[in-house]
Design a protein around this ligand. Structure first.
Ligand SMILES: Nc1nc2c(c(=O)[nH]1)N[C@H]1C(S)=C(S)[C@@H](COP(=O)(O)OP(=O)(O)OC[C@H]3O[C@@H](n4cnc5c(=O)[nH]c(N)nc54)[C@H](O)[C@@H]3O)O[C@H]1N2
Ligand SMILES: Nc1nc2c(c(=O)[nH]1)N[C@H]1C(S)=C(S)[C@@H](COP(=O)(O)OP(=O)(O)OC[C@H]3O[C@@H](n4cnc5c(=O)[nH]c(N)nc54)[C@H](O)[C@@H]3O)O[C@H]1N2
Ligand code: SF4
Ligand SMILES: [Mo]
Length: 706
């Protein structure tokens, strides 16, 4: 069913204004009625009355038949998960933590969080790890999401903010280049901002190995081979220099380091870039002219360009281009990344990252430690140092020097982590796993204790959307009896563990503490209150005091580096981590479809979404399929050096001949992450989800071709 054909709710659902449970667009919706329904809000700029099919069906998430409403526990290894009381579940967790930490030290317990958690939960989870568990071993799924853009933004601008300004700026742009994003499926209401821009004469350039629904709406589609964006971006800068599009005044006044970049892109002449990327020279020149001709242009990246073993350098190459054209100095222009999860932005600011304290502070900075310790009421000496990044943490589980127990909130790594068979083995080797979730995800299924938690419309808190705007999630319905919020769970466990400090389960109180902890840090929330968010329709961080208006466009006047200048950084293309060869002759890339969200734990439980996208598939070009002897709809086996999957072939003219695409939303034999390559970016520790080498064969059962 298309989103348009879904029944429209009556004009007004009397209910509570809140936001969608899923992606970073955080579309405004009203939740209410009986049975509970959702309806789009028109007062939220991001969606102005629009929702995608996931949003329209979000109310069904509240009543999925297998909703968890009682804690579950396994009596011993191999025993089934069985209902238990909260007292039993929390006591067991406390006992296991105590036992393992006594034997192996504080780092024996790890914590894994998620970018869908509210700011309050993310903050409390980081605090819980550091001073209730005293473990350094905490990280979260955002490492798999925006970490490369975050690392590149910090390096160039000194601050990691998704979009450089309000989303309504997009409609006023003269040109937008979007590298590796497919918002027509991943954030459908976002498209109206791009459409408005085009209606006003602005040009849309999309860079994607597939001619996606987004690329089809573009004025220019560049279709590079996966993993070659860095060479393309360097090439575009080469052309921009050659054709005289540099903003010399901006470069001189607001940046440093351009000379080294100018020299480094000498080697990226258009014909060479065409050979590397497959993007024809005239398309390269056209892209530069569209970007260079207007005053306000934006360069945006999303996961397609970022989820690479050289993701940070790739984003840096696009930032170099934006800086050379002077875009960040113009209102409505600049560089931005599309954040992904509901709280993709806020979730990366308040301390669930391995190297971070709240307010985007560094955990190895003595002044930051002293400030946060004072807010927490502890000695700075008890706060551990930096821990392992997400994939490295998961990979270390159950090993000699790794954590023996894991507490997991808001992620489903059995489906979403790269090389997921290995991660499954690591999870199985743990002495103890506890998962908080509202459904029995593939990861929760493996836990020793499962805690049933409240979900979006049953709780309140704040989330920071892709614009950097802090929004209120409001409680619209009562949670089912028996479930508790993540904040309640953390407060209970902290009490049982004898943790220092105060542990409120009230989001408003936790937010006030977060404000104090973030004060003076790069992501300063201290001037933001629930009341202000309500009155102002959200507040943009940084917002350092109650009378500060918030910061919609943080880079317009100066950058957040010590000298206030943006830094050019020369970057070189070194190829993808795993090249195609005779054994694995095709590139695999992975990503998303409209109907499903992430690991699918939520959306695979909602009938209209399952109906729209029932099973995994491999998109491939008919010419490739013909060479392989594969027919439309036939089963194929796709194998990499790490594993193989069996999925249905879906033949489309819109993909490159050398590439197949498999969405990652499904578990079991069609799990894309059985194939993916966990080669990590040296700076961001992002895995190379977006390209690896595979072999595709017709799937033969009992010797007979299907
Ligand atoms: N329906 C839906 N929406 C979502 C989500 C979801 O799971 N489902 N998840 C949310 C989250 S957390 C995120 S992070 C965002 C992600 O949002 P997007 O980044 O838009 O999503 P993806 O499908 O992962 O990747 C986008 C595109 O990158 C292309 N691509 C693959 N390899 C390359 C490459 O090497 N270079 C370039 N230039 N492009 C490449 C793919 O063909 C794909 O079309 O979506 C959010 N919204
Ligand atoms: N091959 C491939 N793999 C990828 C990607 C890709 O493009 N390709 N993309 C990566 C990206 S960008 C991302 S963001 C990750 C996401 O992948 P995951 O981290 O697995 O994300 P979700 O499926 O959203 O998992 C969230 C889980 O937490 C639960 N949950 C939701 N809200 C809450 C809450 O408030 N509290 C608690 N306790 N639980 C909650 C949900 O029910 C669900 O089970 O996947 C990554 N994996
Ligand atoms: S675009 Fe994102 S926030 Fe908006 S309705 Fe869809 S999933 Fe929800
Ligand atoms: Mo993401």
């Amino acid at each position: 069913m298309s989103p348009e054909r879904l029944p429209r709710a009556p004009a007004t659902v009397a209910g509570t204004p809140t936001h969608c449970p899923y992606c970073a667009l955080q579309c405004g919706m009203t939740v209410g009625g009986s049975p509970v329904r959702v309806e789009p809000r028109t007062d939220v700029p991001a969606n102005r009355g629009g929702l995608c099919q996931k949003g329209w069906t979000a109310a069904e998430l509240l009543t999925v038949p297998d909703r968890l409403t009682t804690p579950l526990m396994r009596a011993h290894l191999g025993a089934p998960l069985e209902p238990c009381t909260w007292e039993e579940a929390l006591e067991r967790i406390t006992a296991e933590i105590t036992r393992l930490q006594e034997r192996h030290g504080p780092d024996a317990v790890g914590v894994f969080g998620g970018g869908g958690l509210t700011n309050e939960k993310a903050y409390q989870l980081g605090k819980f790890a550091r001073i209730a568990l005293r473990t350094s071993q905490i990280d979260y799924n955002g490492r798999f999401c925006m970490s490369s853009a975050a690392a590149a933004l910090n390096r160039a601008f000194g601050l990691d903010r998704g979009l450089p300004g309000p989303i309504t700026d997009l409609a006023r742009a003269d040109a937008i280049l979007l590298a590796g994003g497919n918002p027509a499926e991943t954030m459908p209401p976002f498209m109206r901002h791009l459409t408005q821009m085009r209606e006003r004469g602005g040009a849309l350039i999309v860079v994607d190995p597939r001619r996606t629904a987004t690329a089809r709406q573009a004025d220019l589609h560049l279709q590079p081979s996966p993993g070659t964006d860095l060479a393309l971006a360097n090439g575009l800068l080469h052309v921009a220099i050659e054709e005289g599009f540099l903003d010399e005044a901006f470069i001189a006044e607001r940046t440093s380091g351009f000379e080294a970049v100018r020299v480094s892109v000498n080697a990226y002449w258009p014909e060479r870039v065409e050979r590397i990327t497959g993007v024809p020279v005239p398309h390269q020149r056209e892209a530069v002219r569209l970007l260079g001709r207007g005053a306000r242009a934006l360069i945006l990246t999303a996961r397609g360009a970022e989820q690479h073993a050289h993701g940070t350098d790739t984003v840096t190459a696009f930032i170099n281009l934006a800086l050379a054209l002077g875009l960040p100095g113009r209102e409505g222009g600049g560089y931005g990344c599309l954040t992904g999860q509901g709280n993709g932005q806020g979730g990366r600011e308040h301390g669930q990252k391995a190297d971070q304290l709240p307010g985007y502070r560094r955990i190895d900075d003595p002044a930051a430690r002293a400030h946060v310790a004072a807010v927490w009421g502890v000695d700075p000496g008890i706060i551990p140092g930096p821990g392992r990044s997400a994939f490295e943490l998961l990979e270390a589980l159950g090993t000699e020097h790794g954590p023996k127990a894991l507490l997991l909130f808001g992620s489903n790594p059995v489906v979403s982590a790269p090389r997921s068979r290995r991660i499954e083995e690591r999870l199985n080797s743990l002495e103890f796993l506890a998962v908080s979730d509202f459904v029995l995800s593939e990861t929760a299924r493996r836990a020793d204790v499962v805690l049933p938690t409240t979900q979006w419309a049953e709780e309140s808190g704040t989330l920071t959307n892709l614009e950097g705007r802090v929004l209120r999630r409001r409680r619209a319905v009562d949670p089912p009896p028996g479930v508790r919020s993540d904040l309640q769970i953390l407060a209970e466990l902290a009490g049982r563990l004898g943790a220092p400090g105060t542990w409120s389960a009230d989001p408003a109180e936790v937010f006030d503490e977060l404000r104090a902890a973030s004060a003076g840090g790069p992501a300063d929330y201290s001037g933001i209150t629930y009341e202000r968010i309500d009155a102002e329709g959200g507040v943009f961080w940084p917002c350092p005091s109650p009378d500060h208006p918030g910061t919609p466009r943080p880079f317009l006047e100066r950058f957040h580096t010590p000298d206030g200048r943006a830094r050019f950084v020369p970057v070189d293309y070194g190829g993808v981590a795993e090249r195609i060869d005779a054994d694995y002759p095709v590139y695999l890339t992975t990503g998303r479809v409209l109907a499903h969200y992430q690991s699918g734990a939520q959306t695979r439980r909602i009938a209209p979404l399952v109906e729209r996208a029932p099973e995994p598939f491999a998109e491939m070009h008919p010419d490739l399929a013909a060479r392989l002897g594969v027919r439309e709809g036939a089963l194929v086996r796709v194998s990499s050096r790490r594993g193989s999957v069996v999925v249905r072939a879906c033949l489309v003219e819109t993909i490159r001949h050398d590439t197949v695409f498999i969405p990652f939303h499904w578990a079991g034999e069609g799990r894309a992450n059985l194939l993916t390559n966990p080669a990590l970016d040296p700076l961001s520790r992002m895995p190379e989800f977006k390209v690896c080498a595979v072999r595709v064969e017709p799937y033969e059962r009992n010797g007979a071709a299907q």
